[in-house]
Design a protein around this ligand. Structure first.
Ligand SMILES: [Zn+2]
Length: 240
């Protein structure tokens, strides 16, 4: 059975950038798992800090919000609480991610792009996600489960795509699940300014999706999209 693994630096990232893909997977009856390396407690919780909450309160708040969003999407969620701002790369954390790969055995992996001059936690998460994928493929790596195959990796769209060398080469039609994405976004009131921003982005990506699909598919003007960028070549027996 197909399964989706989403590796997210902070608690909110997967919601803005990949929740359409997650909702599509679970609507098909597939397993979807979100792995949040941190809660985004220091770097992406400004509203809660301004309200005078403590670090532990903020972690709990973000955990609850992200868990609610995952529930809306029908996805599993796990938090590694590795600490953000900075999220530091280390072998123990990579090893924990390897264990998740071996458990989920994903057919598709989603994570951050490798560049983000505004947020160093995002590329750190991506580097660890990719390193763990390679280790999970090795039969000699000491972790439970079978060696991983070669699941394709898609980078999800960063907040400032041009500065992150993000050039979409996959446009995913999320029209059937957009209402679910919006509900998932609304589980994160700490970042309420993002709800409309990512709704507008989905509309723009939908326009581009229609343009690239051509008129014959008859996609509606309400088409909504999410943009992705493949890391590895697509393998196919027929060019299409
Ligand atoms: Zn983030």
């Amino acid at each position: 059975m197909s399964s989706l693994l989403v590796i997210s630096a902070h608690a909110g990232d997967f919601v803005w950038r990949a929740s359409g893909a997650i909702a599509l997977a679970t609507a098909r009856g597939e397993r979807a798992k979100v792995l949040c390396l941190t809660y985004g407690e220091r770097g992406e919780s400004a509203k809660a800090w301004r309200e005078g909450r403590t670090l532990d309160e903020i972690k709990q708040l973000r955990r609850t919000e992200a868990a609610n969003a995952a529930e809306v999407l029908g996805a599993e969620i796990e938090f590694l609480d590795a600490g953000d701002y900075p999220l530091l790369e280390n072998p123990e954390l990579v090893d924990r991610i390897v264990h998740v790969y071996r458990d989920v055995n994903p057919s598709v992996v989603l994570t951050h792009p490798l560049a983000d001059p505004y947020n160093q936690d995002h590329p750190a998460a991506a580097r660890m996600a990719l390193q763990a994928r390679v280790l999970a493929q090795a039969i000699g790596y000491d972790a439970p489960g079978d060696p991983l195959g070669a699941p394709p990796v898609f980078f999800f769209e960063p907040h400032q795509p041009e500065q992150c060398d993000f050039k979409p080469n996959v446009l995913l039609d999320i029209t059937p699940v957009f209402d679910t994405k919006r509900k998932a976004m609304e589980c994160l009131p700490a970042q309420q300014h993002m709800w409309d921003y990512y709704t507008e982005l989905a509309k723009r990506r939908g326009v581009q999706l229609k343009r690239n699909a051509g008129p014959n598919l008859g996609l509606p003007h309400t088409t909504m999209g999410e943009a992705y960028m493949r890391l590895y070549p697509q393998v196919t027996e027929e060019l299409a």
